[in-house]
Design a protein around this ligand. Structure first.
Ligand SMILES: NC(=O)c1ccc[n+]([C@@H]2O[C@H](COP(=O)([O-])OP(=O)(O)OC[C@H]3O[C@@H](n4cnc5c(N)ncnc54)[C@H](O)[C@@H]3O)[C@@H](O)[C@H]2O)c1
Length: 370
C-alpha cells in the first residue's frame, strides 16, 4: 500500500482550482501533475499549488508512471476522450459532471474503465456536502417518515466560460450544467430506486443572444417507489449562487439551504473582495460564505475518492451513477421537445441531449478550443 495517492489534474480552470484546493487538504493525496493546453497556464497553476509536473498535452501526464489517480476537469465534450485515454493508461479516474455528450459515449466510458479494472468515480459533490449528508441522515433515520416529495435547485446568473454557452461543446444549457446535480442528488438521497418517468419544461428567457441552450428548466421525476422529485435550475438568477433542497415526508419536512443558509448576512456601502460564487456586486446586502469548498462538499469528496484508491474501497458515486444521470438528462430534453412525460428506460442516438429539444439530431461537434 502506497503512503500517498499521486494525483494528476487534467484542466487548470475554475473546477480544477477547487480540486487542487480540496486535494491540498487531503492527507493521503499528493498533487503531482497538471495539464491544460493554453501555453503557460498549467505552468502558472503548478507554481501556485507547488505541483512538480506541468504539461500542455494531457497525454504526457497520463504517461507518467507515478500518477495513480487522474481528476478530469475539462469542458464536457472532452470528458469521453479524456476518460477513455486515462483508463487505457491504467489510471483511476474522478470525472466532473455531466458525464459526456451522448449515451453511446457513456457506455464506451464505463466499458473502458471496467476493462482496465480501474475505479471510475463521478464527482457529484452534493453527495458530500455536510448539510445534505445530514439531511440524508434525517431521512434515513425515519425522522421525516417516508418521503413523498423531494426538491433540489441550483440557480445563478450564468456560467463563467464560453464552452458552457456553446451547446456543441456543452451538450445543452442549464439542465446539462446544473440539472445533472439534482438528478444524482435525488437518486442518492432516496437510495437509488428506479426512475419511472421524466417531465421537463425548458426555456431560453434572458440569454438568447449568447446561447441556444435553455437558461431555465423545471424537471419532474417520478420514482418507482412513488416519490416525486422536482428540480428547478436557472442561469438567470442574480445575486450569487443558490443551492437548496427540501424533503417532504409522511411525518415531517426538512429544508436545507447550502449557501445562503450558511452565510453571513452582510451590508457593505463600499463592497468587498468576495461573497459567494457568481455573486456579482458586493455593495449593499450580500451573503458572505465562509469555508465555501468545505460547505459544498468538495474537500470531503476528494478525501473519499483518494481513500477509495488508497484502500481499494467502493466509491459512493460511480461511473454507473453518471450513466444513469445521462439517461435522465436525455429523457428531460426529449420531454421538453415533445411536451409530454417520457418513460424510462430511454435510449437515443442523439449527438447531444439538447438536440432532442431543438430537434437537430446528428449535428457534428465542432472541434473548438477554450
Ligand atoms: N462540480 C461542479 O460544481 C462544477 C463546477 C464547475 C465546473 N464543473 C465542470 O467542470 C468542467 C470544467 O469546467 P470549468 O468551470 O473548470 O471550466 P474552465 O473553462 O474554467 O476550465 C476548463 C479547463 O479545461 C482545459 N482544457 C480545455 N481543453 C483541454 C484539453 N484538450 N486537455 C486538457 N485540458 C483542456 C482548459 O484549458 C481549462 O483549464 C465542466 O465539465 C463543468 O461542467 C463542475
Amino acid at each position: 500500500m502506497k503512503d500517498k495517492v499521486r494525483v494528476g489534474l487534467v484542466g487548470s480552470g475554475f473546477i480544477s482550482a477547487i480540486h487542487a484546493d480540496s486535494l491540498k487538504r487531503c492527507a493521503a493525496a499528493e498533487l503531482t501533475a497538471v495539464a491544460s493546453p493554453t501555453k503557460g497556464k498549467a505552468e502558472a497553476f503548478a507554481q501556485k499549488y507547488g505541483i512538480a509536473h506541468h504539461f500542455t498535452d494531457y497525454r504526457q501526464l497520463l504517461a507518467l508512471d507515478e500518477i495513480d489517480l487522474v481528476v478530469i476537469g475539462t469542458p464536457n465534450y472532452l470528458h469521453c476522450e479524456c476518460t477513455v485515454k486515462a483508463a487505457e493508461a491504467g489510471k483511476h479516474i474522478v470525472l466532473e459532471k455531466p458525464m459526456c455528450l451522448t449515451l453511446a459515449e457513456a457506455d464506451q466510458m464505463v466499458d473502458a474503465c471496467r476493462k482496465a479494472k480501474i475505479k471510475f468515480m463521478y464527482a457529484e459533490e452534493l453527495c458530500f456536502a455536510p448539510k445534505y449528508v445530514r439531511l440524508k441522515q434525517l431521512l434515513d433515520s425515519g425522522a421525516l417518515g417516508h418521503p413523498v416529495l423531494i426538491k433540489q435547485s441550483e440557480k445563478h446568473d450564468g456560467p463563467h466560460a464560453p464552452h458552457f454557452w456553446d451547446v456543441e461543446r456543452s451538450g445543452g444549457g442549464v439542465t446539462m450544467d446544473m440539472g445533472c446535480h439534482a438528478i444524482e442528488f435525488f437518486r442518492w438521497m432516496l437510495g437509488r430506486p428506479a426512475i419511472k418517468s421524466v417531465y421537463a419544461q425548458m426555456g431560453t428567457h434572458v440569454h438568447g443572444s449568447k446561447t441556444r441552450g435553455e437558461d431555465n428548466a423545471i424537471l419532474i421525476l417520478e420514482f418507482a417507489n412513488g416519490v416525486t422529485a422536482v428540480a428547478e435550475e436557472s442561469w438567470t438568477k442574480l445575486g450569487g449562487m443558490d443551492d437548496r433542497a427540501e424533503v417532504h415526508g409522511s411525518k415531517g419536512v426538512a429544508y436545507a439551504d447550502l449557501l445562503h443558509g450558511n452565510a453571513i448576512e452582510t451590508y457593505s456601502a463600499t463592497g468587498y473582495d468576495y461573497a459567494v460564487e457568481k455573486a456579482g456586486s458586493t455593495v449593499g446586502w450580500s451573503f458572505t460564505i465562509y469555508e465555501e469548498i468545505w460547505n459544498y462538499g468538495f474537500v470531503q469528496e476528494m478525501d473519499h475518492f483518494v481513500e477509495c484508491v488508497k484502500e481499494d474501497k467502493q466509491p459512493i458515486v460511480t461511473g454507473e451513477d453518471a450513466k444513469a444521470v445521462m439517461e435522465v438528462l436525455f429523457a428531460a430534453y426529449e420531454s421538453a421537445g415533445t411536451e409530454r412525460k417520457v418513460m424510462l428506460p430511454f435510449r437515443s442516438p442523439a449527438a447531444k441531449p439538447i438536440d432532442l429539444w431543438k430537434h437537430e439530431l446528428g449535428r457534428a461537434i465542432k472541434p473548438t478550443t477554450t
